[in-house]
Design a protein. Structure first.
Lengths: 216, 216
DNA sequence: TAGAAGTTTCGAACATCGTTCGGAGAAAGT
DNA sequence: ACTTTCTCCGAACGATGTTCGAAACTTCTA
């Protein structure tokens, strides 16, 4: 059982996509709903035209308004990216917790194997999201403190998983993340939709476990 | 002696940074010189404002002309990126050949160690160049056939090096590149200017060599 | 229910961007 | 000296993110 390690900064409960806490007034619920629609359309457009190809006029059109109207929901274009970034981090966290909870008692190597695969498949499932979350590619965008905290939290979850598996040396943690992201990156960049590097994942984890001296 | 192999398309000989082949007419030499100046200024600006932050008006100003004048040297902004991409690939190839030539007869593990380190240090030395060459981040830019051929050539050099060291299994080649790029990417993204992942490089190569069953 | 307060929408406009066009001026070739 | 070629740039086009202000709509309060 994984208890409440959640209640730190903001975005307390797992609200599946909302940035603000759950609204009470009807007007606020409508507003939050529109925000969700905008973000959903933004994801679509980014997948169509690339992350940097997002146009506010086109985005507005897709949700039935003009570009300036978007500014009553988000302070800027980068604020939209920031909300998407936060959504991605929350989705990854939920996936981590979900997988960890479903696993129960599993040998340490299985723990690392499933951790690596969870990350890998999460990234491969949505390359644009991966680019936004892990590759600092948009020139003006930088995640806000709140969103960055979510990323830190996810790193902490990873570190906890590794520690639980007996990996304590920081060098080993770094090597593990490097190999996982390396395989992921190659897969997305050089064989999108395929499994050329996906097939190497289990072997790589096994190799690292040997190197770390972990039991089976 | 380099005779008149000029009349083909372009880029035949090793001209260390020029895109077109070595010009004979004075006017063409002047033109090539201006192209080099533009590219040099473009590198500078990209390092200052990020790869996507390059502005043609600002670029023109830095080389003493207005933005439209750049169009007599490059067909478009993406053509400038393409020339920079090609420059990067040529620089990496030269670095590869230079290191390989200096090595002479070296045990296979040393070969792989120095190959990985060459790549790593080349990338870390200029993150913007790395982003342009290896991360598909600019939405409209795609390397031209000529430039892409340089990238393929570099991959071939890498493959040859691995083969010479006894690594023939394609899965092993893929794993090697994934680990090398993974360490590189983490270093650039999460510890720029530091050596947090650089220190792991030799260990990682050694680990892979063990896994490949290579002699010492 | 009437009016005040707050919120949402959008046309117009600004600065900036990559890019095109056309003409002026310089350089090169004959 | 004449012609051809090339270089440079002001003006302008369409697109971008963003701001402003005035309407229209919604919500709250007397």
């Amino acid at each position: 059982m994984i208890e409440n390690l959640v209640t730190t900064t903001d975005a307390s409960t797992t609200d599946a996509g909302t940035t603000d806490s759950v609204p009470v007034r009807a007007i606020d619920r409508r507003r939050a709903q529109t925000r969700r629609e905008i973000l959903e359309a933004a994801w679509e457009l980014c997948r169509e035209h690339g992350l940097a190809g997002l146009s506010l006029r086109e985005l507005g059109e897709r949700v039935g308004m003009r570009a300036p109207s978007l500014y009553s929901y988000f302070d800027s274009k980068d604020a939209i990216y920031d909300a998407m970034f936060a959504e991605g981090q929350r989705a990854l966290r939920d996936r981590y917790l979900q997988v960890t909870a479903a696993l129960g008692d599993v040998p340490v190597r299985g723990l690392l194997r499933s951790g690596a695969r969870t990350f890998f498949e999460f990234c491969v499932a949505d390359p644009v999201r991966y680019q936004l979350m892990f590759q600092r590619t948009l020139p003006t965008f930088e995640p806000s403190a709140e969103s960055y905290a979510l990323a830190v939290e996810n790193l902490a979850i990873l570190a906890t998983t590794l520690e639980r598996a007996g990996v304590t040396d920081p060098r080993h943690v770094d090597l593990f993340t490097a190999v996982a992201t390396g395989l992921t990156d190659q897969q997305i960049s050089n064989d999108p939709g395929g499994d050329r590097w996906a097939r190497l994942l289990d072997d790589a984890v096994e190799l690292l476990c040997d190197h770390f001296g972990l039991p089976y």
